[in-house]
Design a protein around this ligand. Structure first.
Ligand SMILES: Cc1cc2nc3c(=O)[nH]c(=O)nc-3n(C[C@H](O)[C@H](O)[C@H](O)COP(=O)(O)O)c2cc1C
Length: 151
């Protein structure tokens, strides 16, 4: 079994591309050593991150991330066991999204403010799963997902 955690947080200061690159570079190197995979989304000052791996490893990483001063209001939206890692091709994929896109992932029309979207996610774990699936579908080329596609 694989432990999966999905959390949201707010960046302490607006992130520049180089700040994100620094986080991702460290995360990918460190996650490769720990057998952790996942994806990070940054949208309007808000992070959404999916972490997967061995339960103890992911939980202690989550604790370290929670202590990181680069972000605040770290809120676990969902965690639990899944049969196998879904983001296993990515040591930490990065997705830059707009609030409109994230609202679409959650099935909210007309709502584009990220804090409203987060309120919705906190109250509905099913929507959190939807978000993870939407992120994954952006990463996986469509042809790879077709059933019976030639190797
Ligand atoms: C938004 C965000 C996402 C992060 N994601 C990861 C991650 O996936 N893996 C990781 O090892 N560190 C990640 N970090 C860094 C950790 O918070 C922390 O700095 C790091 O685990 C400390 O590692 P060290 O003890 O090896 O210095 C992230 C930090 C932020 C702000």
């Amino acid at each position: 079994m694989t432990h999966q955690i999905i959390y949201s947080s707010e960046s302490a200061t607006p992130m520049q591309m180089e700040d994100l690159e620094e986080i991702l570079e460290h995360a990918r190197r460190s996650n490769a050593q720990k057998g952790v995979t996942g994806a990070l989304v940054y949208v309007d000052g808000v992070f959404l991150q999916i972490l997967e791996g061995e339960a103890e490893t992911v939980q202690s990483l989550m604790a370290a991330i929670g202590r990181d001063v680069r972000h605040e209001t770290v809120t676990v939206l969902k965690q639990g066991e899944i049969p196998a890692p879904v983001f296993n091709d990515w040591k930490m994929a990065y997705v830059s999204a707009t609030a409109e896109q994230v609202a679409q992932w959650v099935g909210l029309s007309g709502t584009t403010a990220v804090p409203d979207i987060l309120d919705d996610l906190r109250s509905d774990p099913m929507k959190v799963t939807q978000v993870a699936e939407s992120i994954l579908s952006l990463l996986v080329p469509t042809s790879d997902r077709l059933p019976n596609s030639p190797a």
